[in-house]
Design a binder for this molecule. Structure first.
Ligand code: AMP
Length: 477
């Protein structure tokens, strides 16, 4: 059986998706530009599938969008309809077979699917498909989605989608391509973002983030609602409620904290503004006497701006980051991740030397980044290094599509705040509380905070977490 252990071998679908319907035949070109703007959501693989009214063609491969689509690769992808996908790293699962869009031939014609999110009942659904005689070629949830959709009765793809999506539990922001239309939908909890906009020369685009829609020159941008299905056909877009929104809405807080690009608007909130408020909130919660506030670039810049403004401390840069090195986070071993940190950051010693520094970062996940960064800041001559994190300790894995690692790997699952401070070698360490986080979002509920609280909005099959302390950085703690 193509079993995927939910914790050890999750085909984590932390990705970006795009869907285009244009009156001309340049849907692939637009999908390419859209994917480029979603590159931060996944650097492992990319793909585009195109339909011209009949056939569906796909080009996809491992690599960055710019590597997968070299000059000439888009030429055969002719048609006015396209979907695209950029994929984050996977741990363990056979990566190449999981590259999306996933395209299958069905009794109703060709079907392509690109998926952002992670289903928590995928194993169960996969087992059901196998029992019904279906063959599965990958460990990807998207294949399960595609085969279930193809096997559902209904007189149109959107009809079939509305009938089957109630069976899917967990996170799915989907774009679906058939010969004549592009369909988008969002799970009833609203875990992952998906928005729609009107293309400048007619037609519509769907994208994980509004920034990608703006790159395409879209106007009339709005979010797809939880449970909503949108159908793009030629110039037209129509929408209906596929399933009722869940009673407990569960937008991913981590999209606001870290994952989305800061130019995104989600839940009517500017992500950049949210991050500034997160920084201000942690400044109020964990004040400290200091001479300079510096971000860990790039993701923490808005938060450090917010911290500095609220604390009345000078903001300055302390790191220069090499933007051409991939995420240190996705290196397979802790040692490689540590080396990656040193390769990626140089310090601006003249800014740092002789100062009491507040180093702001958005999160501590496995705990491999902060320690080496604190060391670099000390080596640059800082008198004190105070670390401020604009989210609460991440002590529980995400089952809805953010690659945070297992219980085993999460430092806050094993160590207290004081132990983490000691581990990273900071003079002080402050995390934001959940209430302050929600305060910065200006929302009382509607978000999934399970990675902080362990309170999952959809029941998940938890592996028994270990409570033992483990080795970090070769130090027994
Ligand atoms: P860690 O060393 O595991 O504690 O990683 C924390 C750093 O990685 C922070 O600087 C974050 O900005 C970044 N980060 C947090 N979550 C993720 C993620 N899901 N994927 C990639 N990078 C992340």
């Amino acid at each position: 059986m193509n079993h995927v252990d939910p914790e050890l071998d999750r085909p984590s679908e932390e990705c970006g998706v795009i869907g285009i319907s244009t009156p001309g035949s340049d849907a692939a070109q637009n999908a390419f530009f859209g994917l480029y703007a979603l590159q931060h959501r996944g650097q492992e693989a990319a793909g585009i599938a195109v339909a011209d009214g009949q056939a569906v063609r796909v080009h996809k491969d491992m690599g960055l969008v710019s590597q997968v689509f070299e000059s000439g690769t888009l030429d055969p992808l002719v048609g006015g309809l396209a979907i695209g996908h950029t994929r984050y790293s996977t741990t363990g699962a056979n990566s190449e077979r999981n590259v999306q869009p996933y395209v299958v031939e069905t009794m109703h014609g060709p079907l392509g699917i690109a998926h952002n999110g992670n289903l928590v009942n995928a194993d169960h659904l996969r087992e059901q498909l196998l029992q019904r005689g279906a063959g599965l070629s990958s460990s990807s949830d998207s294949e399960v989605l595609a085969l279930m959709l193809a096997a559902t009765e209904g007189d149109s793809w959107e009809h079939r989608l509305s009938k089957v999506m109630g069976e899917w539990r967990g996170a799915f922001s989907l774009v679906v391509l058939c010969g004549t239309k592009v369909i988008g939908c969002r799970d009833p909890w609203g875990f992952r973002p998906l928005s729609i906009g009107r293309m400048p020369n007619g037609g519509h685009a769907l994208a994980s983030e509004t920034g990608a829609l703006r790159t395409l020159g879209c106007d009339n941008i709005r979010e797809i609602e939880p449970g909503e299905i949108v159908v793009l056909q030629g110039q037209m877009a129509r929408s209906f409620q596929g399933v009722a929104p869940a009673e407990r809405q569960a937008r991913c807080t981590f999209e606001q904290i870290y994952f989305s690009r800061p130019d995104a608007i989600w839940d009517d909130l500017s992500v950049h503004q949210v991050r500034q408020r997160l920084g201000a909130a942690v400044a109020r919660e964990h004040p400290v006497d200091a001479d300079m506030v510096m971000p860990v670039p790039d993701s923490s810049m808005p938060a450090a701006i917010g911290y500095a403004a609220a604390a009345g401390i000078t903001y300055n840069e302390g790191f220069v980051k090499n933007r051409y090195i991939g995420r240190t986070f996705i290196e397979p071993t802790d040692e490689l991740r540590r080396q990656g940190v040193a390769l990626k950051f140089n310090t601006l010693n003249d800014n740092i030397a002789g100062k009491r520094v507040v180093m702001v970062d958005d999160s501590i996940v496995r705990g491999t980044t902060s320690g080496p960064l604190v060391r670099l800041v000390r080596e640059a001559g800082a008198l004190e290094v105070h670390v401020r994190i604009t989210c609460p300790p991440i002590a529980h894995p995400c089952f809805f599509g953010v690659d945070m690692g297992t219980h085993e790997e999460l430092i806050a699952h094993h160590l207290s705040v004081e132990e983490i401070r000691d581990h990273i070698g900071a003079d002080s360490l402050g995390f934001l509380s959940v209430p302050s986080l929600m305060g910065a979002l200006e929302r009382e509920d509607g978000y999934c905070n399970a990675c902080f609280t362990g309170d999952y909005p959809v029941p998940v099959q938890l592996q028994l977490p270990t409570t033992s302390k483990r080795r970090f950085d070769g130090v027994l703690v």
